[in-house]
Design a protein around this ligand. Structure first.
Ligand code: ADP
Length: 331
């Protein structure tokens, strides 16, 4: 049995990238493994949300986790800030994380470009907080999308460095996990290679989107005039639409449009109409559950309380042992 940890920042609604990159694998793993899934609310503070937005987004992500099928009886589902042990491990790991390696991190370099007026220390030490999230439960598997590969590498560096400094074999190496298959990267509708809520809202299909919104966004997705010669290599924006179709539609549907592309007969309007309907069908059950759960205050309260209790038990044990290893001993 493996220990599995994953989390998503509450900076907006969950989109199909979050689902296929992180949630889908987690749903499969919760049956057999020791799983922790959290709402990464400390992480979201790097963008300075208002208290109102922060709370609203935490609730939304929690509800969407449950709507997707995360089961609080099988997995530990918790809000990161309910487990303050996270911050202690974060502080301790920060002492062994070096400026140079943090500054070289791709996500930091991207962030300082996109939020030039708010290059805070939290952005720099983001990978350390991520390492704390995972090492807190001494997890070995982290179901994430391809965008997180470098962060996983850094987690291993921090885990191994801690073990080396204190001459222990305490933290196991965490690895990104997708059932032996390549890590997933769901593209955006705007030609970008990664669907993301932070970059451009119209590039993402959200699990909570109404059918009309999905139709509108998909029909607006970037395309071109179409191929001129048979079997032409697909430009990025077109490749993206095909990749989305491969995730959402049946194989027959995908093959049908691929054949039309390869024989230069494709009409992107038809393809997008089909893709929109398949996206609506795919998200339909989530949408229904989301609105049901949103008003079930009592159940949400119970889930969060139960999750915090279980997560703190595991986190408390790790932090106690880490303190002991470091040399914080009682008198
Ligand atoms: P966002 O990039 O939308 O702000 P997060 O950074 O909070 O989302 O990502 C949360 C999880 O969802 C991570 O495990 C990440 O790998 C996964 N994820 C996000 N976007 C994608 C995507 N386009 N394709 C695959 N996985 C993704």
């Amino acid at each position: 049995m493996e220990t599995v940890v994953s989390g998503i920042r509450p900076t907006g609604n969950l989109h199909l990238g979050n689902y296929f990159g992180a949630l889908k694998n987690f749903l499969k793993m919760q049956q057999e493994h020791h799983c922790f899934f959290f709402v990464a609310d400390y992480h979201s503070l790097t963008t300075h949300p208002t208290p109102f937005d922060l709370h609203k987004n935490i609730k939304q992500v929690l509800v969407e986790y449950l709507a997707c099928g995360l089961d609080p009886e099988k997995a530990t589902i918790y809000i990161q800030s309910d487990v303050p042990e996270t911050t202690e491990l974060y502080l301790l790991l920060n002492m062994n994380a070096y400026m140079g390696e943090l500054e070289r991190c791709t996500s930091f370099k991207e962030k300082i470009k996109t939020q030039q007026n708010n290059v805070n220390a939290g952005l720099l030490t983001y990978p350390v907080l991520m390492a704390a999230d995972v090492l807190l439960h001494r997890a070995t598997k982290v179901p994430v999308g391809k965008d997180q590969e470098q962060h996983l590498e850094m987690m291993r560096t921090f885990a191994n460095r801690f073990n080396r400094i204190y001459n222990v074999e305490y933290f196991p190496e965490p690895h990104a996990f997708n059932f032996g298959e390549a890590l997933v990267k769901i593209p955006g509708l705007d030609g970008s290679t990664k669907m993301s809520k932070s970059e451009n809202e119209n590039s993402a299909i959200f699990l909570a989107d109404e059918p009309a919104a999905i139709r509108k966004k998909v029909m607006r997705a970037l395309t071109d005039e179409g191929p001129k010669t048979p079997n032409e290599k697909k430009p990025q924006a077109i490749e993206n639409i095909f990749n989305l179709m491969s995730a959402l539609s049946s194989k027959e549907t995908y093959d049908h449009f691929n054949e039309l592309y390869n024989t230069c007969q494709i009409r992107y309007g038809d393809m997008k109409k089909q893709l929109a309907e398949d996206a609506i069908k795919f998200t339909e059950p989530f949408r229904a559950r989301i609105s049901e759960l949103m008003s079930d205050k009592e159940y949400l309260h119970k889930v969060v309380r139960m999750g915090a209790e279980k997560a703190r038990e595991s986190a408390g044990k790790t932090v106690r042992e880490v303190r002991e290893i470091i040399g914080f001993k009682s008198f």
